[in-house]
Design a protein around this ligand. Structure first.
Ligand code: ADP
Length: 309
């Protein structure tokens, strides 16, 4: 059975339904990807690597992971910390605003739980996925251990996957981000950048610019996402442009890129060629953006995936 580890943070999501009602769910980029991968490729072990607490919400989150059939052997329980949380509100013009409580979350401690048994388990995987958000969440004091682990896993044959997913507010400075991203690009075998993510950091404005920027690193598989415009892939030196069918009635673009990543990687782990993997990933992302929230209800998502074949 193929196995992929998604390392990062899952948060409590509070969504305003109206002035007096909040809808509570769980979401976070790596978690979203892990869920959509598992829903599309049940035969792959999709494992989440994170730290939660020992509180009621952490317990509910663990149940939610299990309900999505994710592997939870590397979901650690911090004795004092609790999960991060965010509140999302959409105004009358469809503009979303987010408020976060995540600066002291349990997930920031995830590397503290690494030990030889954990590293052995990670080394048993086919892929390790982390994002720019994962990197921002890992505490600076734990970075050396994290990068040493990535190097060890790579040496053990694990495919390292990185999505830059840049969130300025999670970083102290652009220099700090660039320094961490450089290490990530240097260790990645697969990278899935969005054009917008790299615009602020490197002044790149198009998929071609992104590819040119990435070509200085030794990344075998680059997948550049550009919303409804197109997807450009450079895999084993072969460049391909993939058309995207724009969705007319976009409800909420949250987690479009996450769904794309999860399904793309699941397809590749299952042996699909690049264009089939992009096509399936784009279908999943198109379904997700026609529903509110990061995680589309399972029955709606699964039915829409079947209908889109
Ligand atoms: P991110 O969510 O990481 O910013 P993108 O906005 O590039 O990433 O979206 C990721 C994927 O979602 C795209 O590659 C595309 O397949 C799909 N997607 C995004 N916006 C649209 C849209 N308006 N119509 C159809 N597909 C879309």
């Amino acid at each position: 059975m193929k196995k992929i580890f998604f390392l990062g943070e899952c948060m409590v999501e509070l969504r305003a339904v109206d002035n007096t009602t909040l809808n509570q769910a769980f979401a976070g980029d790596v978690y979203n990807s892990a869920v959509y991968l598992k829903r599309c490729f049940n035969e792959i072990n999709s494992v989440i690597v994170t730290a939660l607490g020992k509180d009621v919400l952490s317990e509910k989150m663990r149940h939610c992971f299990a309900a999505e059939q994710l592997g939870t052997q590397l979901v650690f329980a911090h004795p004092e910390k609790v999960p991060g949380m965010y509140y999302i509100e959409t105004d009358e013009h469809g503009e979303r605003s987010f408020t976060y409580w995540r600066s002291d979350s349990a997930a920031r401690k995830v590397v503290d739980f690494f030990n030889p048994a954990v590293i052995d388990e990670l080394a048993s995987g086919d892929m390790l996925f982390f994002s720019g958000i994962s990197l921002a969440v890992i505490e600076p004091r734990a970075r050396d251990i994290f990068w040493q682990t990535v190097r060890d896993l790579k040496a053990a044959g694990v495919t390292v996957v990185f999505d830059p997913n840049y969130r300025a507010r999670l970083w102290q400075s652009v220099e700090e981000t660039k320094q961490q991203y450089e290490l990530a690009f240097k260790s990645a075998d697969i990278s899935l950048p969005g054009v917008e993510d790299l615009q602020v950091l490197y002044g790149v404005n198009s998929v071609d610019d992104v590819l040119a920027h990435m070509s200085q690193f030794d990344i075998n598989e680059i997948v550049v996402k550009n919303g409804p415009e197109s997807v450009l892939t450079l895999v084993d030196g072969q460049l391909q442009s993939h058309q995207i069918t724009p969705v007319e009635n976009v409800v909420d673009t949250t987690s479009a890129g996450d769904a794309f990543n999860g399904v793309y990687l699941g397809a590749r782990l299952s042996g699909a060629c690049v264009s089939d993997a992009v096509s399936k990933a784009a279908k999943a992302a198109a379904i997700v953006i026609q529903q509110p929230g990061a995680i589309t209800a399972k029955d709606i998502f699964n039915r829409a995936m079947v209908d889109s074949q």
